[in-house]
Design a protein around this ligand. Sequence first.
Ligand SMILES: [Zn+2]
Length: 295
Amino acid sequence: MMLPLTDPLLLVFVALLALTLGSFLNVVIARLPVMLSRQWTLEAHQTLALTSSTQTQTQTQTQTTYNLLVPRSRCPECDTTIAWHDNIPLVGYLKRRGRCAQCQGHISVQYPLVEAASLALVLWVVWLHGLTFTGLAFALAGLTLLTLAVIDLRTLLLPDVLTLPLLWGGLLYQSTAHPDRLAESVIGAAAGYSIAWGFYWLFRLATGKEGLGRGDFKLLAALGAWCGWQSLPLILVLSATAGAVLGIILQLLLPRLRGAPMPFGPFLSAAGMLVLLGGDRVIELYYTVIGLSSI
Ligand SMILES: [Zn+2]
């Protein structure tokens, strides 16, 4: 049953929930790579059985609690804990005009942008699918893709703790909502992984460089699970074209970027979001172009 969002109170509730989720995504984006890096350092030291001062230093570093809940948000410049009223999604940033209340240090525009993108994404999905199982599933998938895109942009990482649940989530969603399309979804996951893996090795053998990261294999597998194997060519063409065009423009404008590795995850995520959340028109247009009958 589809619950249309005609009730203004319900709409406000969904919008507030979306902004709160956006604020949480900012925490994940900022902290998850640091948490993973700490864990890898600790594991590396344990594996290499390093002793003396290096180990003590690492232990002190990794023993202070640092997760998605602790410590509270702090200013990156002066380390002051940010007051709750300055931490309200969008409002806090606008109120302080992007500056820390204590030291007037610059706060990244990424925070309000991720919150605004989460709000737009959730409202768009709910407008298309209402408060349904599909609406909930697509909103979660879209928010995960947004998180992955920003993490990859900042750190060139696509953490397994996000790509793998996204993959399983896609298979589970299809098996529950569209059992008749489960095969397309499973083939999509396997094909997505294999295509990215094949491209990685071909590129590596031809140029000696890594054209894709290993996280991209799992991300394309997840998109295959959510969208079905038929959508993979569209996702690949869209992401590769967007990546190439933006890459050329950036290198022309900023020559210092020449030769710097460029993340592909943001382009895959954006193309995946467009196909998954773009509604039936995108898919119908695509099927018309490639001559498949719409499902
Ligand atoms: Zn500050």
